[in-house]
Design a protein around this ligand. Structure first.
Ligand code: CP
Length: 331
């Protein structure tokens, strides 16, 4: 009889499956995105009913950790968890022990002691969500880390495009403005390229990072290029991330004159998107923001069902498509 030799690993209990996180669009496959969008569509149908609450995540705890300001992302994650019957706990750095010098690690470990199933985190520093994923046993969702990634924004934008056009493959999206400081731009370029859309970045030379084409886009400084796009996606000038004293554009007035999205620069029927918050009169003319072709409110509504889909997917699917923390992207 052949001798059965046990290796050391055979004597160990089976390894727990790796936890799944949503840190970056770079860790998603096309199948992942299609599954999430299909789940979001089914939630949209469920929310048309009179009773909008689903029992799906009853007994689960979703912890929202916001170290940076937010209106859309924080409110939609909170409501998404509530619509799925999960308990929620919302933490804002302002007014917390962060103001007494508590570190991100100590805050994460302290709130992790309540055993959250999911931690949604927004932080000014690139890589903060990936660090939290290493310090707690929860699934972690990146709700925006510095200028790195905002994956749920990109997913809700894909959802919006898919609902409006019936497809994403083959669409041409022009992203206009401050790409340099934009996590929304990075996530959207990757997400749109993954789903077969063409992306053109338009903006001042100092606000288009060198090498960004590697993410799957083309670049130009000519605002006239937006005319050829199906969708014009407008970005805010992110003054809070700009280095003091740096002159990215001669002045905001000059920026608006050369790159502002105004009615005369658009074709009739061309769709306009903006992740919010908007600076009306700077990057976007109020007449454009309020026009029937603007999908800005539709994006906000899409945020709710898309974030419901992300929470549901993380907590109910098997350990597939584990997200690596993609830290080596174009900065
Ligand atoms: N688009 C977005 O992230 O908006 P908030 O900053 O309001 O969450």
């Amino acid at each position: 009889m052949a001798e059965i030799r046990l290796m050391r690993d055979d004597l160990l209990p089976p390894k727990a499956p790796p936890r799944r996180h949503l840190i970056s669009i770079a860790g998603l496959t096309r199948d992942d995105v299609e599954r999430l969008l299909a789940t979001a569509r089914s939630f949209e149908r469920a929310l048309e009913r009179e009773v909008k609450k689903l029992p799906t995540l009853r007994g689960r705890l979703v912890l929202n950790l916001f170290f940076e300001s937010s209106t859309r992302t924080s409110s939609s994650f909170e409501l998404a968890a509530k619509r799925l019957s999960a308990d929620t706990m919302s933490f804002k750095a302002s007014g917390s022990s962060v103001e007494k010098g508590e570190s991100l690690k100590d805050t994460a470990i302290t709130l992790g002691a309540y055993d959250p199933d999911v931690i949604v985190i927004r932080h000014a520093h690139i890589g903060a969500p990936a660090l939290v994923a290493g310090w707690t046993s929860a699934h972690v969702v990146n709700a925006g880390d510095g200028k790195h990634q905002h994956p749920t924004q990109a997913l809700l934008d894909l959802y919006t495009l898919s609902a409006e056009f019936g497809k994403i493959d083959g669409l041409h999206v022009a992203i206009v403005g401050d790409v340099l400081h934009s996590r929304v731009a990075r996530s959207n370029i990757q997400a749109l390229a993954l789903m077969g859309a063409r992306v053109t970045l338009v903006g001042p030379p100092a606000l288009i990072p060198r090498g960004i084409e590697a993410l799957g886009c083309e670049t130009t400084t000519e605002i006239g290029a937006i005319e050829a796009a199906d969708v014009v996606y407008v970005l805010r000038m992110q003054r809070e991330r700009m280095l003091e004293g740096a002159n990215y554009v001669p002045s905001l007035r000059e920026y608006t004159a050369r790159w502002g999205v105004t009615p005369d620069r658009l074709r009739p029927g061309q769709k306009v998107m903006h992740p919010g918050p908007m600076n009306r009169g700077v990057e976007i003319d109020p007449l454009v923001a309020d026009a029937a072709d603007a999908l800005i409110e539709t994006q906000v509504r899409a945020g709710l069902v898309t974030r419901m889909a992300v929470l549901y997917d993380l907590l109910t699917h098997g350990p597939v498509a584990v997200q690596a923390a993609a830290m080596h992207e174009v900065a």
